[in-house]
Design a protein around this ligand. Structure first.
Ligand code: 6PG
Length: 248
């Protein structure tokens, strides 16, 4: 399936059901791969419940932690001690309790600048993948988790920003964010995020309804252009689902 193909939309009752559905899908992807597994996490508030669920016995006991590697799709360029650091949130929610330290792959934020961090992370991803070009037969990630911001951004790919058009680099620095927190970012690009078996968006809450109307209306927004080379799934809770979409 090529980028631009249909996405699958799954609606659920509430944030708890959203987290459980997401956790079940992540587990299914993990279970279908007998080799080394790579999951790309996301920041923001939406995935926190999912992360906490993965640490509960039901999921924890079914995940082969030594074979799963955890990456992050974007990072705020702040120290790991800063509460806005995406990977630190994921570490606190589940990784530090469950995953071997060597399997956690944060975007560095102690470099001179975001561009330098992007170069280092790109190198890390390419070493892990074993090539510097993607092969469609061999996706980089099993699952890429995503969220959507109020302006239609995803990862740290903001509408109208040049990083959205990046076709060669896997990771780039973003000097200025378009929404809060207004700190520089480092983000994977659309081609790097697309190299996955499944891209899984989690969207919950009435405050997402306006932007979802635009995304589901196929407006030219980064969250709409982010598509997996495999399956693209949007998990949406009732409160976030636009009225007109409900009627269909
Ligand atoms: C970030 C994120 C970003 C996020 C969306 C949704 O670093 O901010 O990775 O892309 O996923 O902004 O954020 P919420 O889940 O907080 O709504």
């Amino acid at each position: 399936m090529a980028a631009g193909d249909q996405r699958k939309i799954i609606t659920v009752a509430d944030p708890a059901a959203l987290a459980k559905t997401a956790a079940d899908r992540v587990l299914a992807r993990i279970s279908s791969n007998n080799g080394r597994i790579a999951i790309c996490l996301t920041g923001g508030s939406s995935p926190k419940k999912l992360y906490q669920l993965l640490a509960t016995e039901t999921y924890r006991s079914k995940i082969p932690w030594d074979r799963v590697h955890w990456f992050i799709g974007d990072e705020r360029f702040v120290p790991t001690t800063d509460s806005r650091n995406n990977m630190s949130m994921a570490r606190a929610a589940f990784l530090d309790q469950c995953a071997p330290a060597a399997n956690i792959h944060p975007i560095p934020t102690d470099t001179a600048n975001p561009d330098e961090a992007a170069r280092r992370y790109e190198h890390e991803l390419q070493s892990f993948y074993g090539a510097d070009e993607f092969s469609s037969a061999r996706p980089l990630f099993d699952v890429v988790l995503m969220g959507v911001g109020p302006d239609g951004h995803t990862a740290s790919l903001f509408p109208g920003y040049p990083e959205v058009e990046e076709a060669g680099r896997w990771v780039v620095g973003v000097p200025q964010a378009h929404v809060e927190p207004f700190v520089p970012r480092v983000t994977l690009t659309l081609p790097a995020l697309a190299s996955c078996r499944e891209m899984l968006f989690e969207v919950a809450g009435a405050e997402k309804r306006t932007i979802l109307t635009q995304v589901l209306g196929d407006e030219n927004l980064p969250a709409n252009r982010a598509r997996s080379a495999g399956e693209t799934v949007w998990l949406i809770d009732k409160a976030a689902l636009p009225e007109n979409f409900r009627e269909r």
